[in-house]
Design a protein around this ligand. Sequence first.
Ligand code: TMP
Length: 245
Amino acid sequence: MSAPTLLYEGKAKILYTTNDPEILLTFFKDDATAFNAQKRGKIAHKGEINCTISKILFQYLEEHGIVTHFIDCPAPNQMRVRALKILPLEVVVRNIAAGSLCQQTGLPQGTVLEPPLVEFYYKNDQLGDPLLTRDRLLLLKLATPEQVDQIQQLALQINTHLSAFFKSCGIILVDFKLEFGLDSESQLRLADEISPDTCRLWNQSEFDPDRRVMDKDRFRRDLGDVENAYQEVLERVIATGNYQQ
Ligand code: TMP
């Protein structure tokens, strides 16, 4: 039996091998970064909060037929996942204009996007995760045309499920980022995490553009009360009754 060895340390998580080559162990860190790690900090209890929120959302998506890498959580900040070949893509789904979409297009923040927008970014820190066109993505062979179509469809289905879930928590799902990978049978699976680090979440009952923010934008934009916002999202997600030990 081989001891767990560190496979990869990312900005928010550490991946370890296990004695089963099909299974990896993920540790969620309290570390927070923004703007391609130019801004660094810590958010107290973020590891446990993001791991638990991700667990509940992965379980919810699995119940709705979405295939994910999630297996279980041996501890509040640890998740066992299937080993995947991660596609170097960040798939962003947007329901409401915010963030880089507004900066790059001039669309006013808050513009409702109907239908939702699906965007592909190249997951490459050295290049600053640039926005891709479909042709550039195919040129770089980051995925096959069939995989791109499948990811696009899956991303929209996931958006429908997550939007409904968050709505039941009194939260508007503004936009979010997904990652996908292939398992040993070449099946596409949703990977990474779904948390206030990777979603824009606005409190439905707040209209003030700063006060309504319940996600990592509080850290990115120095809005304060970051821990409380993450904790509040966790409490609302648990209150839906979807939490399984
Ligand atoms: P953006 O508006 O900055 O492009 O972000 C879109 C969404 O993607 C937002 O919910 C935050 C999330 N995101 C990540 O999860 N990781 C990243 O590195 C970036 C830039 C955004």
